[in-house]
Design a protein around this ligand. Structure first.
Ligand code: HEC
Ligand code: HEC
Length: 298
C-alpha cells in the first residue's frame, strides 16, 4: 500500500518538475535566447506599415541613464487602449514600438505622466529646463531636480544652457519616445484643425484678472517671469526666448487680438518651448490669463 503511494507521489513530483522546466523553456528561455524579436513594424499615424529603427548609440546611453535614474518608477511608457489614455497622451502604443526595448521600461506607476509619446511634445530647451528644475515649469512638481546633467555656473548652480554629454543623451532618448509612428502631432494639412476659438473674447473684469494672475504664476511665470518680462528661471535654456509682455508686442500675429492670443494658448507656438494649453487649462482659465497678460504692458 505504502509503495503505491510513494510511487504515485514520485510520479506527481516528476511531472511537476518536468512541467516546471517545460514552462521555463517555453515562457522564458526560448523567447529570451532564440526568438528573433522580429516585429519591428508599426502602423504609422497615416495607417501605413513602417519599419521601426533601432536606437542610436546616444539614445541607447540615454535609455541606460533613464533606467539608472529610476525615471521608470514614476513614469510609465505605455499608452493603454482604455480609460481615455489616448486623449491624454496620444495614439495607443503598439507592440512593434518596443522591439528594441530590451529590457522594456513600461513601468507600473504613474506618479508623473506617461512618457510613451513624449517625443516632440516639448522642445529640447523645455526638457533641459525641466530636467534641472521641474518646479520652474510645473508649479508644485514633485519630480526631483537632476542637476548633475549640467555643467556648473560660477555660482555653483546648474547651467541649463550647457547639458553634459549624458544630459544630451537622456533628452535625445526622451525625444525619440513614441515617434516611430511619425510626426502624429502635426499631420500634414491639418495644422489648424480642431480649433475651438470662441467667436469673440469676453469683456475682461477685475475678477478675471485676479484669477488670471493665479493661473499665470502657477503655469507661465517659470518661463515668462513673475513680472512678465520674459525672464523666468527656465528662460536661459530656451531659444527663442519667452515673450516679454511688458512690451505688449506679439508675433503671432502682429497686433494680436485677444482671440489670437487665445488661439496661441490653445495650440502653443510651434518650434518654441511655448506649450499648448488646451488640455491643461479650461477656456475660462485661458481667457483669464490673457486678461492678466494684457496688464503687463508698460
Ligand atoms: C518622484 C517621481 C519622479 C521621478 C523619479 C521622475 N519624474 Fe518626471 N515627472 C514627475 C511628475 C510628478 C511630473 C509632472 C509634473 C512636471 O511636469 O514636473 C513629471 C514630468 C516629467 C516630464 C514632462 C512630461 C510632460 O508633461 O510633457 C518629463 C519629460 C519627465 N518627467 C522626465 C523624467 C525623467 C527623464 C526622469 C528621470 C531622469 C524623471 N522624469 C524622473 C515625477 C517624476
Ligand atoms: C516652457 C516655457 C513657457 C511656458 C511655461 C509658457 N510660455 Fe508662453 N512662450 C514661451 C516662448 C519661448 C514664447 C516665444 C515664442 C516665439 O517667440 O516664437 C512664448 C510666447 C508666448 C506668447 C506670445 C505669442 C505671440 O504671439 O508672440 C504668449 C501670449 C504666451 N507665450 C503666453 C503664455 C501663457 C499665458 C502661459 C501660461 C499659461 C505661457 N505662455 C507659458 C515659453 C513659455
Amino acid at each position: 500500500m505504502s509503495n503505491v503511494t510513494t510511487s504515485f507521489k514520485g510520479a506527481m513530483l516528476g511531472a511537476g518538475v518536468g512541467l516546471y522546466f517545460f514552462a521555463f523553456f517555453v515562457g522564458y528561455a526560448y523567447p529570451a535566447f532564440f526568438s528573433k524579436h522580429d516585429v519591428p513594424k508599426v502602423k504609422d499615424y497615416k495607417g501605413n506599415i513602417v519599419a521601426v529603427r533601432g536606437y542610436t548609440e546616444q539614445e541607447k546611453l540615454g535609455k541606460a541613464i533613464y533606467i539608472r535614474e529610476n525615471c521608470w518608477i514614476c513614469h510609465s511608457q505605455f499608452v493603454r487602449p482604455i480609460g481615455g489614455d489616448e486623449k491624454r497622451y496620444g495614439p495607443v502604443s503598439q507592440a512593434g514600438e518596443y522591439a528594441y526595448d530590451f529590457p522594456h521600461t513600461f513601468g507600473t506607476r504613474r506618479i508623473g505622466p506617461d512618457l510613451a509619446r513624449e517625443g516632440g511634445k516639448r522642445t529640447d530647451g523645455w526638457q533641459y529646463g525641466h530636467l534641472a528644475n521641474p518646479q520652474a515649469m510645473t508649479q508644485g512638481s514633485i519630480m526631483p531636480k537632476f542637476v548633475w546633467y549640467f555643467e556648473k555656473k560660477e555660482d555653483g548652480e546648474a547651467d541649463i544652457t550647457r547639458p553634459t554629454e549624458e544630459g544630451k543623451a537622456l533628452i535625445s532618448y526622451i525625444q525619440r519616445l513614441g515617434t516611430s509612428i511619425g510626426d502624429w502631432r502635426n499631420p500634414e494639412g491639418e495644422k489648424a484643425a480642431g480649433s475651438t476659438v470662441a467667436a469673440s473674447a469676453p469683456t475682461f473684469t477685475p475678477q478675471m484678472v485676479k484669477e488670471g494672475k493665479v493661473v499665470f504664476e502657477g503655469n507661465c511665470a517659470g518661463c515668462h517671469g513673475l513680472a512678465g518680462n520674459g525672464q523666468g528661471p527656465a528662460a536661459a535654456a530656451l531659444n527663442p526666448k519667452p515673450r516679454n509682455f511688458t512690451e505688449g508686442k506679439f508675433k503671432y500675429p502682429v497686433n494680436a487680438k485677444d482671440s489670437d492670443l487665445f488661439k496661441t494658448l490653445e495650440i502653443g507656438v510651434k518650434g518654441s518651448a511655448m506649450p499648448a494649453w488646451k488640455d491643461s487649462l479650461s477656456e475660462a482659465q485661458r481667457w483669464a490669463v490673457i486678461s492678466y497678460v494684457r496688464t503687463f504692458k508698460k
